[in-house]
Design a protein around this ligand. Structure first.
Ligand code: MIC
Ligand code: SF4
Length: 655
């Protein structure tokens, strides 16, 4: 039987288990990346493991998320990250060098390698034919220490592309079509593998856009083969030696198939407030807009930016529109400044923003009240832009630029009078690694700089026999990590758990943190009850650490997303799902709940799971007098962590 490309790369990296779909496996990680907002915790955790040096092939620490806030916290975090990188053998990408995923694609990604990043959009690297996975910072710390990364051997879904995109239709429209089909839920433990004659017409940055936003479907990762286009991209980066051809076998067997005819695809958007809420642009044509933001790790490559510059060339943006453009990296910015594109952008009235996450994470450039904002980024969760009433539509750079000129949505395929900017792959990018700091061979004498905002990560206590407590909050479906742990103006507390914990669930229930802390101080075990797809979005482990700090011991949901599920286990919070989703209605906020002999019940559940059967964990809602069967979908390794009160505790038990 032929093999998928996913299987080939996973097999070559297998450290634990057998590659049988649905079973837990451990893989070797070649490369790691972190960004500043998750990096401080990842490196604090790495430090606590007591190793003198990172053990994997390449570790890179990027500073891109939080670069502009007021106060000392940010700058302190950057100094900590820079010094810790020098000490432990990590490459440091200085603020201004660009967004981690864009820069990693340009300078370090390699076909056939594995990459683990403490950011959910790490799968961007799939555009180069690597297995690139997003995870919590603690998982990345373990990979830097040479440990395996644990995952469930995924289902591999084939996405077969035919034909070629028409002018004005772009890679963003391809992934929006994928989102339309697969939605933002129900794709846990799947990989999207792209095949078909259509891939030959897509350049690496376009493939990267498609892989980037696969994260919104909740898949483990997305993957393209490595072919002649991959070779040309690497050659243009001066890295041809990193190239090797890679593809699935001709008779590979997949777990599902979705076919897309690129030639008939139409421009799309994701309408407020979910990346899965897909509409056709032609159905919105004429709708007034207020703001346009072009950039982010999804769409900030040189080709994307060049197209935008050519569309804006000789035109002034509409009076009612504010346009911000953030080129994805210093390399892209240098290219744009050399070829005259920057001048075209500035002349059109665009505001050039830093090469960083910026607007995408709600750090600045928030829309006006009820403002309609067109963004080329990947997430439009309510309030993420920094304006709760903001109406964010996710679109391609072409759609965004046309709208900025018109002041309304414009169907890119209509007769709008703008010539299509055809931009190919340059034969050589401006390669300048001057904003990386490469670590010394021996960093042992480097002093790590710790500002007052940087505290040791709190640890949990081992699991008690009985869980007794209250449902401190009951939330609905699709609660994202932005709901649980808001970023934006709260980002600066990422290294200070007691301070950041005050904002848990702030966008949903501003009183939550106080209530949960009071219950914790009375000795209660706090429980969160949620609907479908709990914890979708970011990899931020703060969405587990901060609730842990507030005494949360279990999450009971209809379903839980992969990265968040791992993060919960890593910090000793038990992830449980309803055996019968309808029983969600039997529990209310404020109810008193009990799970007797939780360790014993979990052990039974894990044993049953290994034998392919099920053993429920029973929760009693004392307030309503009902018993509810729950599923503990955890691996033996996760059980060990949960019993110990988290991964760090369980690693210490091994010593
Ligand atoms: C995001 O896009 O939500 C982020 C900010 O990049 C996060 C990481 C974080 O919260 O620090 C992600 O995608 O994992
Ligand atoms: Fe940064 Fe936005 Fe990409 Fe997250 S999605 S890495 S915040 S640009």
């Amino acid at each position: 039987m032929g093999k998928t490309l996913t299987a080939k790369i996973l097999e070559a990296h297998l450290m634990e288990g057998r590659l049988v779909q649905g079973l837990p496996i451990g893989i070797r990680i070649d490369q790691t990346l972190t960004q500043d907002a998750t990096g401080t915790m990842a490196y604090l955790q790495f430090e606590s493991m007591g190793l003198p040096h990172v053990q994997n092939e390449l570790a890179v620490s990027y500073v891109d998320h939080n670069t502009v806030q007021v106060g000392f916290e940010n700058a302190d975090d950057h100094l900590y990250l820079q010094s810790v990188a020098a000490k432990y053998g990590i490459v440091f990408s200085r603020p201004g060098n660009g967004i981690c995923h864009q820069v990693h694609l340009e300078r370090f990604g390699e076909p056939g390698k594995t990459l683990l990043g403490s950011d959910s959009h790490t799968p961007t690297g799939g555009g180069l034919g690597m297995i690139a996975i997003g995870a919590g910072g603690l998982d990345v710390a373990v990979a830097m220490a040479g440990g395996a990364f644990h995952l469930i051997a995924p289902k591999v879904i084939e996405i077969r592309l035919h034909g070629e995109l028409r002018p004005w239709v772009s890679a963003k429209d391809v992934i929006l079509a994928v989102l339309e089909r697969f939605t933002v839920k129900g794709n846990v433990n799947c990989v999207f593998e792209y095949t078909g004659d259509g891939i030959a017409s897509l350049e690496v940055p376009e493939r990267a856009t498609i892989c980037n936003m696969g994260a919104e479907c909740g898949v483990t990762t997305s993957l393209f083969p490595s072919d002649e286009n991959t070779r040309r991209f690497l050659e243009a980066q001066g890295r041809e030696a990193a190239w090797k051809p890679l593809s699935a076998d001709g008779d590979a067997v997949y777990d599902g198939l979705f076919e897309i005819d690129l030639s008939s695809l139409e421009p799309r958007c994701a309408a407020p407030h979910s990346p899965g809420n897909i509409l056709l642009i032609k159905d919105l044509a004429g709708k007034k807009i207020d703001q346009v933001a072009i950039g982010s790790c999804t769409n900030s490559s040189y080709a994307d930016m060049r197209k935008v510059a050519d569309i804006l060339d000789g035109r002034i943006i509409a009076p009612g529109v504010s346009l911000g453009i953030a080129p994805g990296s210093r390399e892209v910015l240098l290219m744009l400044s050399q070829d005259g594109s920057l001048e075209k952008m500035i002349a059109s009235g665009a505001r050039i923003l830093e090469s960083a996450c910026g607007f995408c994470i709600g750090n600045h450039f928030s829309p006006n009240t009820n403002g309609v904002s067109l963004r080329t980024s990947n997430r439009n969760f309510e309030g993420r832009s920094g304006t709760k009433t903001g109406q964010v539509y996710l679109v391609s750079p072409e759609t965004a630029a046309l709208a900025a000129i018109a002041g309304t949505f414009v169907d890119p395929l209509s007769d709008h009078g703008v010539a299509y900017p055809s931009v190919g792959m340059p034969s050589r990018f401006i390669v300048d690694d001057g904003m990386f700091i490469f670590p010394p061979k021996d960093g042992s004498s480097v002093e790590v700089v710790r500002g007052p905002n940087i505290g040791a990560p709190p640890t949990n206590t081992p699991m008690k026999k009985n869980l007794r407590g209250t449902v401190v909050i009951k939330v609905g479906d699709k609660i994202t990590t932005d709901h649980i742990m808001p970023a934006g103006q709260r980002l600066k507390f990422r290294s200070n758990i007691p301070a950041y914990s005050q904002y848990v669930f702030e966008p949903v229930d501003a009183q939550f943190a106080q209530r949960a802390a009071a219950a914790r101080d009375e000795g209660q075990d706090n429980v969160i009850v949620a609907g479908l797809s709990y914890g979708q979005g970011s990899s931020r482990e703060h969405a587990a650490i901060c609730p842990m700090y507030l005494g949360v011991k279990a999450v009971v949901a209809k379903s839980i997303e992969r990265i968040h599920q791992n993060n919960l286990c890593n910090f000793g919070i038990v992830p449980l799902t309803f055996a019968d989703e309808g029983e969600y209605d039997l529990i209310g906020q404020g109810d008193e709940v009990v799970i007797e002999d939780l360790p014993g019940q979990l052990r039974n559940a894990v044993e049953a799971r290994a034998e392919g059967t099920a053993f429920p964990v029973v929760l009693t809602d004392v307030t309503n007098g009902v018993s509810i069967d729950l599923v503990a979908d955890v691996t033996p390794a996760q059980l060990k962590m949960l019993l110990a009160g988290g991964l760090l505790n369980s690693l210490k038990e091994n010593e």
